[in-house]
Write a protein that binds this ligand. Structure first.
Ligand SMILES: [Zn+2]
Length: 127
């Protein structure tokens, strides 16, 4: 892992949400909890706990993309869908040599500026 502390930069994170009324976890954040109908204020997030979605995960599905949009310098990229230990699922880039459904991975987050526009935070799953 890269040591960001020497640059005084915060390691990028992607947030998931927990409904404080019933404890249901979400990623991405919904406007209304489907379990208890509790509303989320998109500005204050009151009644909802935000936490970093990170750590060990399992690869559920993956694909290799060719014909990448203009601006990418690679020939192809791997994308995968993973399930975290808390049951939440997310998609992101896959950086493994031979992906296999069911393999254990670790999630990291990078600020990607590979495509036009502002950098966006994306998940990168590694072994
Ligand atoms: Zn709820």
């Amino acid at each position: 892992m890269i040591d960001f502390s020497m640059y005084e930069l915060k390691e990028p994170k992607i947030s998931a949400y927990r409904c404080e009324s019933c404890g249901t976890l979400y990623y991405p954040a919904p406007m209304v909890c489907k379990t208890c109908n509790c509303r989320r204020d998109p500005v204050t997030d009151r009644g909802w706990e935000k936490f970093d979605l990170e750590g060990p995960c399992t690869l559920l599905s993956w694909t290799r993309l060719w014909n990448l949009p203009e601006g990418y310098t690679k020939k192809n990229m791997l994308f995968g869908i993973v399930e975290f230990e808390n049951g939440l699922r997310a998609s992101g880039q896959l950086e493994v040599d031979e992906p296999k459904t069911g393999m254990k991975l670790v999630s990291t987050v990078v600020e990607s500026d590979e495509r036009p526009g502002n950098p966006v935070k994306v998940f990168v799953f590694k072994q």
